[in-house]
Design a protein around this ligand. Structure first.
Ligand code: ATP
Ligand code: LTN
Length: 217
C-alpha cells in the first residue's frame, strides 16, 4: 500500500457518460424525469453508454422469462425516449463479464462499514435483513464497477442514487491509493439535475416512486 493521495493527480481522460436502469418492470415518471429524459441531450455532447442493469435486478427475485421480456422492453423504451443506437452504446450488463469481474475486485476494496451505511439496502431489505441476498448488500460495488470499467466521468441519475455514487468515489479513491495509481481513474460526477430528481410515490408520499413497489395499477 502506498501513501499517495489519490486526488492530487488529475484524471486526464475524455468525458464519458454512463448510466443504468434496472429491467424490473414498467418505467414510471420518476425514472423518466430523474434519469431517462436527460440521457438524450447528453448523447449530443459526448460519448454515452446506457446500460440495462439486469444483474442489479436479480438482487431480488425475478422470474427469468419476465426478466427477458423486461430487458427487451427497457431497450425499446431507451429508443422510444429518443436515444439513437448509432450515437449511444445501449447494452445489457450481463453480456459484459468485466462488470462482474471488476465488482469482485471493488468488493475487496470497499469496507463493510461503508456498505452498512447504504440506505437503499436498509429500505429494500426491510425488517428481515438476515434474509436479504448477499447481492443486494453488494449492489453498490457492482454499480461502481459499471461506472469504472468504462472510466465514466459523469453519471446522470435520480437523487436516490447519490449515496451510491459517493460510495463509488470512495471505493475508487481507496483503490488508487492502495494500488499506487493516482489519476488512473476519474472520480465520477453525479448529474442530479432538473425539476424532479426525486418523484414521490402516489400511494405513500413519504416514499419515492419505485418500479418494483407492487400495485394493481
Ligand atoms: P426498483 O423499484 O426496481 O428499485 P426504481 O424505480 O427505483 O426500480 P431504478 O432502475 O433503480 O428504478 O432506477 C433507474 C433510474 O431512475 C435511476 O437513475 C434512479 O435514480 C431514477 N429514479 C428511480 N426512482 C426515481 C424517483 N422516484 N424519482 C426520480 N428518479 C428516480
Ligand atoms: N443503482 C442504479 C442503477 C445502476 C446505475 C449503474 C446507475 C446500476 N448501475 C451505473 C448509474 C450508473 C439504480 O438506479 N438503482
Amino acid at each position: 500500500m502506498t501513501d499517495v493521495a489519490a486526488d492530487t493527480v488529475p484524471y486526464l481522460g475524455p468525458e464519458r457518460v454512463l448510466s443504468g436502469i434496472q429491467p424490473t418492470g414498467n418505467l414510471h415518471l420518476g425514472n423518466y424525469l430523474g434519469a431517462l429524459r436527460r440521457f438524450v441531450p447528453l448523447a449530443e455532447r459526448c460519448e454515452t453508454l446506457y446500460c440495462i442493469v439486469d444483474m442489479h435486478a436479480i438482487t431480488v427475485w425475478q422470474d427469468p422469462a419476465e426478466l427477458r421480456r423486461s430487458t427487451r422492453g427497457l431497450a425499446a423504451a431507451y429508443i422510444a425516449a429518443g436515444l439513437d443506437p448509432a450515437r449511444s452504446i445501449i447494452f445489457n450488463q450481463s453480456q459484459v463479464p468485466a462488470h462482474a469481474e471488476l465488482a469482485w475486485i471493488l468488493s475487496c476494496v470497499a469496507r463493510i462499514g461503508w456498505m452498512n451505511r447504504m440506505t437503499q439496502f436498509k429500505e429494500k431489505a426491510g425488517k428481515d435483513r438476515e434474509r436479504a441476498s448477499l447481492g443486494l448488500y453488494a449492489y453498490p460495488a457492482l454499480m461502481a464497477a459499471d461506472i469504472l470499467v468504462y472510466k465514466a466521468t459523469h453519471v446522470p441519475v435520480g437523487e436516490d442514487q447519490k449515496q451510491h455514487l459517493e460510495l463509488a468515489r470512495d471505493i475508487e479513491q481507496k483503490f488508487m491509493v492502495d494500488y499506487g495509481v493516482p489519476g488512473f481513474l476519474p472520480l465520477p460526477e453525479p448529474l442530479i439535475e432538473g425539476p424532479a430528481p426525486r418523484v414521490m410515490s402516489l400511494r405513500d408520499g413519504t416514499k419515492k416512486m419505485s418500479k418494483s413497489d407492487p400495485s394493481d395499477y
